[in-house]
Write a protein that binds this ligand. Structure first.
Ligand code: ZN
Length: 538
């Protein structure tokens, strides 16, 4: 008997067993039939025609056949990826993506990157923890090696806060950005967090602790900053950091001494008297390069056409949530992404005397970093809004590049504990109720497994149920099952979406550290898998 026939027999026997052994099954099914959708305010009023369409067989078949057609005639793109843009939604779990669709207008919406033809699942556990943090995760998705929680750009031979192990060259893990630099290509990154925060640090740093963002942070750990170089100084002086053409995000205070006040009146965080913004300028001047430092939106949008090196620090700490930023003075992730691509795309070979790379292609890392911080506070509204902003930045990159030569990869570094569940009616707004719980009170569509949104039972002995007004507040902390000051990451897999050259490699369920190896192969920058090994000669 072949294996297929065998499994059918097993399958039939299994279901027969269920029916005999569990007479209660039928009853549960009947109960399921009784669930009525809970109707909240609608996200959008579907027309009568739209509603009727969904009752028709041919409507669904026709839509499905379009999708089949598209797949049947899809051509593989085996060009070399001249450019790569890597988008990282920090903490952008799959429920976060699904809930953002409703936030943007309904269950049938697609975020920009959901239109990409290929996707995969990424397993994000780290060497010593089931659930990843943004540090060990960055080492995996940028450096191709799994590592210990809290460490960045070093292998698992380096324990957390082990400064001497962190200085051993063999323990260093280099990011995909370094591989691009070694091939004479431009590199840069954009983030909505401090530029020294864990995810962007994965581009350029090697550290035994993600907390060592400035020398003051190293001193607080009772260690010598001369031995354990802080992340900000690695960004300016490190061999990958100093070659980055574009650095955009928040975190000015990690660059400035305590005695120095920045443009917006905030003091620095450094104890070593180093003004790293001035050091960065000095270094670029000595190279003979054209450079610009900007600190507000207007300056960013007016960056000169011949700028080769761009440093933009828009806040002393993380950049503000999109819903809370000044749209006049602080740029959006989309705006930063646009300027970054413009600077990296420009062919400066005829106008520059410096040694900066010209038009060999580029690698850009873009992080939507505040999806994660919003989730940690159980600010579901802000998390979904930051995800929507992230999707806009991806869309901008799609518009500005050509899929024939630019590979775009979108993924997350770990999940979160927010669930999107219950039986709310179709088209219900996401910040609403899912139905009635067994205590006769309502329960919400969005909930967290843990976090600061925990509320004890009320004086009446009843469970706390948020009002509609509360749920509509941007800063509402969504209900959490266990009390924790900061909601935790989730250990579930995250999605990977890809478009462009060799995007078809991004399929199946993979270990997270495979991602940069696939990118390196697609861009022909891999030291282990040279393109001649797998590419047809053209
Ligand atoms: Zn986090």
């Amino acid at each position: 008997m072949n294996g297929y026939g065998y499994s059918i027999v097993i399958g039939v026997a299994f279901f027969a067993h269920l029916l005999v052994a569990h007479p209660g099954l039928k009853k549960n099914e009947e109960e399921d039939d009784d669930i009525n959708p809970y109707m909240n305010k609608l996200v959008k009023n579907r027309t009568k025609e739209e509603m009727e369409n969904e009752t028709r067989v041919d409507y669904w078949n026709w839509n499905a056949l379009q999708a089949v057609q598209e797949r049947l005639f899809r051509k593989l793109n085996e060009n070399t990826a001249k450019n790569v843009i890597f988008f990282l939604g920090d903490g952008m779990s799959i429920p976060t993506i699904a809930a953002t669709r409703v936030y943007l207008g309904g269950e049938e919406e697609q975020l920009s990157f959901e239109k990409f033809p290929y996707s995969a699942l990424s397993k994000t556990y780290c060497v010593d923890h089931q659930t990843a943090d943004s540090a060990c995760s960055a080492t995996a998705y940028l450096g191709g090696v799994k590592a210990n929680l809290g460490t960045i750009g070093v292998s698992a031979a380096v324990g957390k806060k082990n400064c001497s192990a962190m200085n051993v060259e063999e323990n260093h893990v280099h990011s995909i950005a370094r591989l691009f630099q070694l091939k004479g290509k431009k590199t840069g990154f954009v983030t909505t967090t401090r530029v020294t925060h864990a995810s962007p640090a994965g581009v350029y740093a090697h550290t035994a602790s993600r907390n060592w963002e400035s020398d003051t942070n190293v001193l607080k750990a009772k260690l010598d900053p001369k031995q354990c170089r802080d992340i900000a100084s690695q960004l300016v002086f490190g061999k990958t950091g100093k070659n980055l053409q574009v650095i955009l995000g928040g975190g000015r205070k990690k660059f400035l001494p305590k005695e120095v006040t920045d443009e917006e009146g905030n003091t620095g965080d450094r104890s070593d008297d180093l003004n790293l913004i001035e050091e960065w300028k000095k270094q670029k001047k000595e190279m003979g390069a054209k450079y610009e430092y900007v600190w507000n939106r207007k300056q960013l949008l007016n960056v000169k056409n011949d700028t080769e090196y761009l440093l933009g620090l828009f806040e002393p700490g993380h950049m503000k949530y999109n819903l809370e930023r000044s749209k006049e003075t602080e740029p959006s992730l989309e705006e930063m992404t646009e300027v970054a691509i413009r600077v990296l795309q420009r062919d400066t070979s005829s106008t520059s005397n410096s040694s900066a790379p010209s038009d060999n292609g580029f690698f850009l890392f873009v992080e939507g970093g505040r999806i994660d911080t919003a989730h940690h506070s159980t600010f579901a509204h802000k998390a979904l809004d930051e995800t929507a902003e992230f999707a806009k930045a991806v869309q901008k990159a799609v518009q500005m590049t050509n899929e024939e030569d630019t590979l775009i990869v979108v993924t997350a570094d770990h999940a979160h504990t927010m669930s999107y569940a219950g039986y709310a009616g179709r088209g219900s707004e996401i910040f609403g109720y899912a139905g009635q719980a067994s205590d006769s009170n309502l329960y919400t569509i969005l909930n967290y497994a843990n976090g600061p949104g925990y509320r004890p039972l009320m004086a009446t002995g009843e469970r706390y149920v948020p009002s509609e007004e509360e749920m509509n507040e941007v800063g509402f902390k969504w209900p959490s099952t266990s009390p924790l000051n900061s909601e935790t990451h989730g250990a579930d897999d995250v999605a990977v979406f890809a478009n462009g050259p060799w995007a078809h490699l991004f399929t199946g369920t993979m270990e997270e550290n495979v991602i940069p190896h696939l990118i390196a192969a697609a861009a022909c920058v891999s030291p282990q898998i040279p393109c001649a090994n797998f590419k047809k000669q053209s």
